[in-house]
Design a protein around this ligand. Structure first.
Ligand code: C5P
Length: 212
């Protein structure tokens, strides 16, 4: 059986960077599942289709190609907002979860990050991490990222946005964002990404040892 690492948490908690580093460390395949929701939303927007028609959104979700997902193309704020709107639709989630589960089977192992990996997509994952940080810290990180990239950013607007996105992700009826009961919590508010990586590595090494 393949070795699955499930990493969940709210927007801008650092789970993307952490997931990539873990995948690299163990030579595992990585899927940022947020991109599957973003790609579905972008396809709808590009085609001029509504974001509130579940059947149309499901059709788009079933056409998403997991091998062609690129965060650079999908990073726009409007795409993230649209993604969190279609992510409340059960038919869209069913379609994307099916594709994510198929990806999770790749050998020798996989790292999937998102909102519902440990709870819904891969409940039998060998290691589950729930990466979080205070809304203030997450907003500041997002703000600094935009500034570092040469863009313009308003901290207060970003902070409000982080809280709004949290509310939508944690409050939806289907697969709300929450830690799995057996997830290890990693609060990165006052932890560097290197420290978070070392903590995660200790957990993964222990689980790998157990598997042999
Ligand atoms: O992680 P990212 O910000 O790219 O995700 C965009 C949106 O997709 C999230 O706000 C969330 O609503 C949705 N999502 C989800 N389940 C996942 C990953 C993302 O509902 N596993």
């Amino acid at each position: 059986m393949t070795f699955v690492i499930a990493i969940d948490g709210p927007a801008a908690a650092g789970k993307g960077t952490l997931s990539r580093r873990i995948a690299e460390q163990y030579g595992f395949h990585h899927l940022d599942t947020g991109l599957t929701y973003r790609a579905t939303a972008k396809a709808l927007m590009d085609a001029g289709l509504p974001l509130d028609d579940e059947a149309v959104a499901e059709t788009m979700a079933r056409e998403v190609d997991l091998s062609g997902l690129d965060r650079a193309v999908l990073s726009a704020h409007a795409i993230g907002e649209a993604a969190s709107k279609i992510a409340v639709m059960p038919a869209v989630r069913r379609a994307l979860v099916e594709a994510q589960r198929a990806f999770a089977l790749k050998e020798p192992g996989t790292v999937l990050d998102g909102r519902d990996i440990g709870t819904v997509v891969c409940p039998d994952a060998a290691v589950k991490l729930y990466v979080t940080a205070s809304p203030e810290v997450r907003a500041k990180r997002r703000h600094d990222e935009i500034i570092a990239g040469g863009g313009k950013a308003d901290y207060t607007a970003i902070f409000e946005d982080v809280k709004k996105r949290d509310g939508r992700d944690m409050g939806r009826a289907d697969s709300p964002l929450r830690p799995a009961e057996d997830a290890h919590l990693l609060d990165t508010s006052e932890m560097s990404i290197e420290a978070a990586f070392q903590a995660a590595k200790t957990l993964v090494d222990a689980a790998l040892k157990e598997k042999i």
